[in-house]
Design a protein around this ligand. Structure first.
Ligand SMILES: [Zn+2]
Length: 247
């Protein structure tokens, strides 16, 4: 899956989401917003309790990117990242009860695997992933086991060695300012802009000025020259962060 043709092909171009096997990525509508099984709020929502919401739920395929793509505000998605399919299902049951059908117990067949991989390649290659709106920014939290992460890596590698690929699709497939490794919350705040943009209120200003110092230190060598440019690039994303869970 490391050649141009593994991505730039008619099957990826025409891949649909949801496929016959359900959603491989979002936005996945939540048909049961506000519904919750009548249990003690401290109790976990089991698959059994999630079984019969008032409105038929959507189906999510097991071939997905390990990111919670349940729509929470129009097309804006949750963005919570999980390390396994089981953890993702558990998160969705607790945070968005009734949104999804419980997973089928059958093994994933090769047709579903192909449909899912094509849909996820499409999502990455045609910049759906990069441009998607998330409540909880997943750029530094997505599992490196996620096919989305792997495909974004491969596409950026292909763009660096294949001019035709780069001219057609661009050269950036990870979400802006994505790091190469999982980072601590402190490091994640390095996405703050270096431009002297006036903060909307007092609280984010603190965060921004402290993260600017962090960024300066970290980027003192190789990237220092480009810091102004890259800070401008990450600016809109940082604003998104501010509205979401990172605030
Ligand atoms: Zn979620």
């Amino acid at each position: 899956m490391n050649t141009t043709l593994d991505f730039d092909n008619p099957e990826v171009a025409a891949a649909i989401n949801p496929s016959a096997y359900g959603y491989h990525h979002g936005p996945i509508p939540n048909n049961n917003i506000g519904w919750r099984p009548t249990i003690d709020p401290k109790e976990a929502i089991t698959t059994e309790l999630n079984e019969s919401p008032p409105v038929p739920p959507e189906r999510m395929s097991g071939v997905n990117g390990l990111v919670c793509d349940i729509a929470v505000n129009g097309t804006q998605m949750c963005g919570t990242c999980c390390a396994s399919q089981m953890a993702l299902r558990r998160h969705i049951r607790q945070a968005h009860p009734g949104a999804l059908e419980n997973p089928s117990k059958a093994n994933t067949g090769f047709e579903e695997k192909i449909a899912g991989e094509n849909a996820l390649k499409h999502w990455v290659l045609y910049l759906g992933w990069r441009q998607a709106r998330y409540l909880h920014e997943p750029k530094n939290k997505i599992s490196h086991e996620s096919p989305i992460w792997r495909y974004a890596d491969v596409c950026e590698m292909l763009a660096s060695i294949d001019k035709g690929f780069k001219d057609k699709f661009g050269d950036t497939f990870h979400r802006q300012d994505a790091m190469s490794a999982p980072v601590t919350p402190q490091k994640r705040k390095n996405a703050a802009p270096a431009t002297p943009k006036k903060p909307k209120n007092a609280a984010p200003a603190k965060t921004r000025s402290s993260s600017r110092r962090g960024r300066g230190k970290r980027m003192s060598s190789a990237h220092a020259k480009n810091s102004t440019l890259s800070d401008e690039v990450v600016d809109p994303n940082n604003d998104l962060d501010g509205e979401g869970a990172d605030a």
